[in-house]
Design a protein around this ligand. Structure first.
Ligand code: 5CA
Length: 448
């Protein structure tokens, strides 16, 4: 992509309305713009990151055996009356009336809708044991939307819903999602810690929040420090095998959000030097709630013996748009964002220090073509801004590699390669620099 043709409104100043670093940097890097309180447009750079995060979530859901579909944002109030949640959900639900005076709502979550779909399509025990998910916008009329996309009113969520025959089967499904979440967040360069959590308006008695530690996090959390050093399940994890050892390793050490925190148990179980109390960002939340929706909505199948059985359900959410901000909270410095390759909007920023100079333009064009042909995503700054402005904008938007090309270096047949994270710079012969970048990017695309 040539920057001269792109839409990247980078801000020099830090916008005063943004309280936390991820919100400041998302505005400065031209990733989002607010359209109303808690409602954002995703500008091209932000949109690319959102899509990459969404794709990682999708790949790990698919790997764990979940099946993607797409439900609408608008739902009928009727099904929410069936489950008994229509009144209970309160003011957070955006209620809408259509031209025929039918009561509708903008979905804050989808338990009712998926239960209706499943109920109306299945009859036999053979249809049980399925997990369906979609990645769709949600609306919650939060009393205090804040911190940009971190707590928005409109936000993108991956929500999965499972239907099993027995509580034991449902628990195994819960474990699969638990393991898939560990991989999902690790692939984005995030260390997530599953914590015993409250279930709020979704319900049920088994629930974990997946928390990323960050000073600006909204949740207060308490855990055993050893959880920070555990390995996440590998790419060839056998989801049909016994996942209990993984779950035991991750749920053995104490970890709880403040609603579930038991100070006495914490002090008894965790040695003082291993105790950690910190703030964190909730990037995912999983629930097992049995028959809370299937019972009132009549989602049943006929067992082998002909008896009707009410399905056992769970639901599993990931805050896709919130994750964009969470990655920035976890990975930035004073100059701007530092994207991990896996979610970077582009992998390489190519900087032309003398646009308009025939030799420099030709060298950049060639590098751009070769990098692009090697499958690398390049943002090429071909504008006639001065060098200093190009460098600082490139640092703000945080692409993992910068390739700097100027007339002086070219006289010696050299280019400069900078690692955004460490700041390390290498001056290399053109061909060697090119190969170095291609190999480094490919090596880092999927480290987990
Ligand atoms: N139906 C269940 C699971 S599918 C559910 O809705 N769970 S939830 O309420 O915990 O939301 C799932 C995830 O969405 C949360 O873990 C969080 O990462 C994200 N999320 C929730 N509210 C917001 C919000 N206002 N802004 C951005 N992300 C949010």
């Amino acid at each position: 992509m040539h920057l001269s043709r792109y839409f990247l409104p980078v801000l020099r100043e830090t916008p005063s309305e943004a309280e936390i670093i991820s919100h400041q940097l998302m505005l400065r890097a031209g990733m989002v713009r607010q359209s109303a309180a808690g409602i954002y447009s995703w500008l091209p750079l932000g949109h690319r990151v959102l899509r990459k995060i969404e794709q990682i979530v999708r790949e790990e859901q698919d790997r764990a055996g979940a099946v993607e579909l797409l439900m609408p944002t608008l739902q009928s109030a009727k099904i929410w009356r069936e489950s008994g949640r229509y009144e209970a959900y309160g003011k957070e639900m955006l209620r809408i009336t259509d031209r025929h005076d039918r009561e509708m709502l903008y979905g804050p979550t989808n338990e009712e809708l998926i239960t209706e779909i499943f109920r109306d399509s299945v009859k036999s025990y053979k249809d049980a044991g399925k997990t369906l998910y979609h990645i769709q916008w949600k609306f919650r009329d939060e009393i205090r939307p804040r911190f940009g996309v971190m707590r928005g009113r409109e936000f993108l969520m991956k929500d999965a819903y499972s239907f099993d025959l027995t509580p034991d089967d449902a628990r195994r499904t819960y474990y699969r999602m638990f393991a898939a979440y560990l991989r999902t967040f690790a692939r984005m360069g995030l260390k997530s810690i599953p914590m015993a959590a409250d279930t709020g308006p979704i319900g049920g008695d088994l629930s974990h929040e997946f928390i990323i530690l960050a000073k600006t996090g909204e949740s207060e959390v308490f855990c055993h420090k050893d959880l920070l050093d555990l390995d996440v399940p590998p790419v060839d994890i056998d989801y049909d095998g016994n996942l209990t050892p993984i779950i035991d390793a991750w749920t053995g050490p104490y970890a709880a959000t403040d609603e579930k925190h038991e100070p006495e148990q914490f002090n008894a179980e965790v040695p003082t030097d291993k105790q950690m109390s910190a703030r964190g960002i909730e990037v995912g939340h999983i629930f097992f709630f049995g028959t809370k929706y299937s019972e009132p909505m009549g989602a049943r199948v006929q067992g082998k013996d002909g008896q009707w059985q009410t399905l056992q359900m769970g639901s599993y959410g990931v805050g896709v748009s919130r994750l964009v901000a969470a990655v920035i909270e976890a990975s930035h410095d004073d100059d701007g964002i530092i994207w991990p390759v896996a979610v970077a909007p582009f992998e390489v920023g190519l900087i032309n220090l003398r646009s308009g100079d025939t030799a420099t333009d030709a060298a950049c064009d060639e590098l751009y073509t070769k990098l692009t042909n090697a499958g690398i995503e390049v943002l090429y700054d071909d504008t006639d801004e001065r060098a200093g402005a190009k460098f600082s904008a490139m640092d703000v938007i945080g692409l993992p590699f910068q390739v700097v090309v100027g007339p002086k270096g070219l006289k010696n047949g050299e280019i400069e390669v900078k690692r955004r994270g460490s700041g390390a710079r290498d001056t290399l012969a053109i061909e060697a620099g090119l190969n170095h970048v291609i190999e480094a990017v490919k090596a880092e695309r999927m480290l987990v």
